[in-house]
Design a binder for this molecule. Structure first.
Ligand SMILES: Cc1cc2nc3c(=O)[nH]c(=O)nc-3n(C[C@H](O)[C@H](O)[C@H](O)COP(=O)(O)O)c2cc1C
Length: 405
């Protein structure tokens, strides 16, 4: 199955420092079309009809988000591009920013026009500081050519915390506060940055916009599955021969990505969606990649037969406990407690009742945590207990038999 490049169409083709190379490939034609022929409502209608869903992990319908912000009362509104890319194993946004900052600028310009604002931000991951000048250069060149007459795009550098990629913590961070999640409702399209209507979109989501405008919603709608339209850009790493960034039509099989493109061998575990994502066995390699099945932000980490499941979950939970913002106790206490239990297992001291405790904690955290971090932290734990329970039980047996010291 070949890759299909919509989002990555210009990557490694244009010169990311020269706007002329972008203009030669239909650059800013979508913006010209919007500006001269379309009302904001028509733009939103087209994005809604395309079926585009957010690529940052949650898969919220993009056009609907824009419509809510457009209809929210008030003149002061904001567009934020989420370029925090803190998910473990994700590096696709970095690849996009490095290779095609112009499409992103064009996507932001269209989003701003659609919701009716003159102010936008790019929230750039702290570690991507080296991309600051490249992005500023793309913004200045677009401005010099008259494409950003009505819009300011400011870059805010991230605070270096995983949770600051979460949209409400991100807004706190832009406001100069410590990044902690907010209670919702109200949701950002109603009350977001500085309590004004705000849309927050992932880099990849916005990269789709110019082509949807130019080619039409029907063109986009025909790519993918019933509820997952278009393509998805994946970051593949771990025990594979060809790690990297791949763009596939939604609905393609995990096998095509991991085995055929990335050339994995002797696969034991596939982590799909990063630290808070799924942890599945090789037997599920024929699962299609879509919002209906399994997706997240597109981080795929392959672990081969030499890897230990309990250790992998332990490390993942250690990361999440470290990164929990601490505002809600289910996440703050739950992740720490899970780390303690998993550590016992990795020392060979886990017991049968620890498995029950992990299950009970998982349920409580999923139901009562404030944001996606705490709600999804139990996913790898639950998956490992479902698909790799033997790995836990064999350690308990070893302890009972006195094999593990
Ligand atoms: C802990 C946590 C971290 C997140 N990190 C990111 C991130 O780095 N980049 C991103 O685009 N979305 C991230 N998200 C999702 C955002 O909250 C939000 O759903 C997304 O930016 C919306 O854009 P989209 O609709 O275009 O996907 C994160 C969510 C959580 C719970």
């Amino acid at each position: 199955m070949p890759e299909k490049r919509i989002v990555l169409k210009n990557c490694e083709v244009i010169d990311p420092r020269r706007i002329t190379t972008y203009l030669d490939r239909d650059g800013f034609r979508a913006w010209e079309k919007v500006r001269s022929e379309m009302t904001p409502e028509q733009v939103i209608g087209e994005v809604k009809a395309s079926g585009l869903r957010g690529r940052g992990g949650a898969g919220f319908p993009c056009g609907l988000k824009w419509e809510l912000a457009r209809k929210a009362p008030g003149d002061e509104k904001y567009v934020i591009c989420n370029a925090d890319e803190g998910e473990v194993g994700t590096f696709k946004d970095r690849y996009i920013l490095e290779n095609d900052p112009f499409t992103l600028v064009e996507g932001i310009a269209i989003a701003a026009y659609a919701i009716g604002t003159k102010q936008s931000y790019i929230y750039l991951r702290a570690e991507y500081h080296y991309l600051f000048d490249l992005l500023m250069n793309a913004i200045s060149q677009a401005r010099e050519r008259g494409f950003l007459e009505y819009l300011d795009i400011d870059i805010r550098e991230g605070a270096g915390a995983y949770v600051c990629g979460e949209e409400s913590a991100l807004m706190d961070s832009i406001e100069g506060k410590r990044g902690e999640v907010r209670y919702r409702p109200p949701f950002p399209p109603e009350k977001g940055l500085w309590e004004k209507p705000t849309i927050i979109n992932n880099v990849e989501t916005l990269m789709n916009i110019p082509q949807i405008v130019l080619n039409g919603a029907n063109w986009f709608n025909q790519i993918g599955t019933e509820r997952s339209k278009g393509t998805k850009v994946f970051s593949v790493s771990g025990d594979v021969e060809r790690p990297g960034v791949y763009e596939l039509v939604l609905g393609s099989q995990l096998r095509e990505l991991v085995m055929e493109l990335a050339l994995a061998k002797k696969v034991k575990i596939i982590q799909v969606g990063g630290a808070t994502g799924r942890m599945i066995p090789y037997t599920m390699v024929d699962t299609p990649l879509s919002f209906e099945t399994i997706l997240g932000a597109g981080a795929i980490t392959v672990l081969d037969e030499s890897r230990d499941v309990v250790d992998a979950v332990y490390r993942t939970l250690e990361f999440l406990a470290e990164e929990s913002c601490g505002k809600c106790s289910p996440c703050r206490e739950g992740t720490e407690t899970m780390v303690g239990i998993l550590e016992r297992f990795s020392r060979g001291e886990g017991e049968e009742r620890d498995i029950r405790l992990l299950e009970e904690l998982s349920n409580a955290m999923m139901l009562s945590s404030l944001c996606g971090l705490g709600q999804a932290a139990p996913i790898p734990v639950m998956d490992s207990l479902e698909y790799f329970r033997d790995d836990y039980e064999s350690r308990i047996k070893q302890k009972q038999g006195g094999i593990v010291a």
